[in-house]
Design a protein around this ligand. Structure first.
Ligand code: PEP
Length: 256
C-alpha cells in the first residue's frame, strides 16, 4: 500500500504574515488527520520561518521547496544547494515543474541531474512530468511522460526512482481550473506505472504518483478514489488552509 502524499506548491506567493497564518491555519485544520503525508513548499526565502513554525506545530507537516541547483557550492549566483535546504529541515523538493521547464528552459537532462543530486543528498525529489495541450490533442501524452521519465532512468537507473515521487501534471490543467477527469488521470497514471514496471515491477509498485492540475476540495475525493492516484501536487488551492486540508483529508480517507 502506498502512503498518499499531498503537497502544496505556493509558487511565487507569500509574505512573513501569510506564511505564519497559513501554517498555523493548516496545523489547526489537520488535527486528527492520519494516513497522509502533508508537505508545503513556500518560496525558499521563507524556509527558516516555516521550519520554526512547523517545529511548533501539533501535526507533522513536511517542508518542501520548489527548486534546487545541480551544484553543491561555488560561483553559481542565485542558486541553492541540497545541503542548504537540509540545513532548514527541507525533505521534499519539486523539480521539473512545467513553469521551470518553460520559463527557465530546463531540459529533461538538466531535471534528471537535479533528480540524481537530490537522491545523493537524501532529499525526496517530487519529479514533475506532463504534456502540453497540443501534445495531449495529438495523442502524445504517454510518449511525453515516458521520455521525461527515461531521462532520469537513463542517467541514474530505475532504482533511483525508489523513494521518489512522480507528479503527473498535464500542463493544460495547471492553474486553469480545467482538471483532468479522474478517469483520464487514472489512465495516464496506470500507463506511467506500466512504463516503470517495464524496468522493475518492484519499483513501479512502490512509487507514489501524484496528480497535479486544478485539484481542489471539490474534485479531490473522485481523483483519489482511483487506484493509481496516490495524492496530489496542489498549486492555487494550497494557499487556503481549509481547502488544502480538505484535499489532504480526502486523500487520507480514500487510501485508508
Ligand atoms: C502546480 O502548479 O503544480 C499546480 C498543480 O497548480 P494548480 O493546482 O493551481 O493547477
Amino acid at each position: 500500500m502506498r502512503r498518499p502524499v499531498v503537497m502544496g506548491n505556493w509558487k511565487l506567493n507569500g509574505s512573513k504574515a501569510m506564511v505564519s497564518d497559513l501554517i498555523k491555519g493548516l496545523d489547526a485544520e489537520l488535527n486528527g488527520v492520519e494516513g497522509v503525508d502533508v508537505v508545503i513548499a513556500p518560496p525558499v526565502m521563507y524556509a527558516d520561518l516555516a521550519e520554526q513554525l512547523l517545529g511548533k506545530a501539533t501535526n507533522k507537516i513536511f517542508l518542501g521547496t520548489q527548486n534546487v541547483d545541480v551544484n553543491a557550492s561555488g560561483a553559481y549566483t542565485g542558486d541553492i544547494s541540497p545541503e542548504m535546504l537540509k540545513d532548514f529541515g527541507v525533505t521534499h523538493v519539486i523539480i521539473g515543474h512545467s513553469e521551470r521547464r518553460e520559463y527557465h528552459n530546463e531540459s529533461d537532462e538538466f531535471v534528471a541531474k537535479k533528480f540524481g543530486f537530490l537522491k545523493e543528498n537524501g532529499l525526496i525529489p517530487v519529479f514533475c512530468i506532463g504534456e502540453t495541450e497540443a501534445q495531449n490533442e495529438a495523442g502524445e501524452t504517454k510518449a511525453v511522460c515516458a521520455r521525461q521519465i527515461d531521462a532520469v532512468i537513463n542517467m541514474h537507473g530505475i532504482e533511483a526512482l525508489e523513494g521518489a515521487i512522480i507528479a503527473y501534471e498535464p500542463i493544460w490543467a495547471i492553474g486553469t481550473g480545467k482538471a483532468a477527469t479522474a478517469q483520464q488521470a487514472q489512465d495516464i497514471h496506470a500507463a506511467i506505472r506500466a512504463h516503470l514496471a517495464s524496468y522493475s515491477e518492484e519499483v513501479a509498485k512502490k512509487v507514489v504518483i501524484q496528480y497535479g492540475g486544478s485539484v481542489k476540495a471539490e474534485n479531490a475525493a473522485e481523483l483519489f478514489a482511483m487506484e493509481d492516484i496516490d495524492g496530489a501536487l496542489v498549486g492555487g488551492a494550497a494557499l487556503q488552509a481549509a481547502g488544502f486540508a480538505a484535499i489532504a483529508k480526502a486523500a487520507a480517507a480514500a487510501k485508508a
